[in-house]
Design a protein around this ligand. Structure first.
Ligand code: KPL
Length: 365
């Protein structure tokens, strides 16, 4: 049986943004938000199951109310419907547990769109969720990359406007299948609904090869920007100054100054992403697009375009939460090892610093 509802796990900025766009542009498709915290679930119900978009100092309430489900303690699986379409908008490190709870409602006819930073989440779901160990039971995974600038006006912890989000800049949503063999069916409910929401989302449907390129490009950007903003405790825009800063006469060139700058990180990460992509050799266009120069240019452009932002990783560190380091820098390190490449030393140091909140030699974060 196909369930016509689109479920969204994670009511953070991206989850709210996509839910609001679906409700605005495809009101005939029911959308249900799934909550893991009772508190947020209750607040959502009490506030009338509405989401508010804040743009150019004007607010726009979602036209229709949303469905809401709570999957924390006392969750009754036996009364729950199977899920045909699930958008996962949680952070990588917050995905395994809730998807594990939902796994009995997901199966080979379900589509799961992972809308998050980093790589490696779907492999983790397949290896850690018992029901998904058999390829025959696995959902079809899609990846989504959202480049819109969205900030919460407080997030779900804000007692005044937990379900409001603010648009800081337009952007696109690229989606595509993670399996090489999957044909794109534009009439599939999830795909079609996201495309119909294009006036807001600007959805582009890519084939497997192109979504993989887009994912790895975004990962390379995040693997440079996010850990560097943590180590320097700075907004994204400061990375350009850091890049051009030279040691003053007589100033000792510390590891921080020499290594932890965008060009150094790109020089380490570039070879790993190029090898992971296994690009056909001798294609001058591809060689140029994936050169260290092009990656560095894109990193600095993204840092400039999001200059005021504190990266999601820096915000997680400041809020004393787990970070996405395992799916970003961790992925680079694992890939380098798997491909027999030189160990990316700077990335390894940053990984340890961010994962364990201290340097390998003991200094505390
Ligand atoms: O994706 C981001 C993040 O913070 O995770 C960027 C694009 C770097 C914006 O801050």
């Amino acid at each position: 049986m196909t369930n016509p509802t689109i479920y969204i796990l994670g009511a953070g900025n991206i989850g709210k943004y996509v839910a609001h766009a679906l409700a605005t542009h495809v009101p005939s498709v029911p959308v249900t938000l799934i909550f893991r915290k009772r508190d947020s679930f209750k607040k959502f119900i009490d506030s009338g199951r509405k989401l508010t978009r804040w743009i150019d100092d004007k607010t726009q309430d979602s036209k229709s109310g949303f469905g809401a489900e709570y999957i924390g303690q006392s969750y009754k699986l036996n009364r729950a419907m199977p899920i045909s379409n699930l958008i996962v908008a949680t952070k990588g490190q917050q995905t395994l547990d809730p998807v594990g709870i939902l796994a009995p409602r997901l199966g080979r006819n379900s589509t799961v769109l992972l809308l998050q930073n980093g790589l490696g989440v779907h492999e983790e779901l397949n290896s850690q969720i018992v029901a998904f160990r058999s390829p025959a039971n696995r959902p079809s995974y899609w990846a989504g990359i959202c480049s819109a600038g969205i900030s919460g006006r407080g997030g779900t912890n804000n007692p005044f406007c937990p379900f409001t989000f603010q648009m800081a800049g337009e952007g696109s949503l690229k989606i595509g299948p993670l399996s090489e063999n999957e044909e794109i069916d534009q009439s599939h409910l999830l795909c079609q609904s996201l495309v119909e929401s294009s006036p807001t989302l600007q959805t582009k449907v890519l084939d497997h090869r192109r979504i993989k390129l887009a994912q790895i490009r975004k990962l390379a950007m995040n693997a440079v920007i996010n850990p560097l903003t943590v180590v320097h405790k700075c907004p994204n825009g400061a990375l350009r100054h850091l890049e051009s800063r030279r040691a003053l006469p007589g100033e000792p060139v510390t590891a921080l100054a020499a290594e932890f700058r965008p060009s150094y990180m790109v020089a380490e990460i570039g070879p790993v992403v190029r090898a992971a992509l296994n690009l056909p050799s001798g294609d001058p266009k591809l060689d140029k697009a994936w050169s260290d120069e092009a990656l560095l240019r894109d990193v600095l452009r993204l840092a400039d375009a999001t200059a005021e932002n504190r990266s999601s990783m820096l915000q997680d560190i400041e809020g004393d939460r787990h970070t996405e380091i395992d799916y970003i820098t961790g992925w680079i390190i694992r890939k380098a090892r798997e491909l027999g490449l030189k160990c990316p030393r700077g990335s390894q140091k940053l990984y340890h610093y961010i994962k364990f909140r201290k340097w390998q030699n003991g200094e505390v974060l």
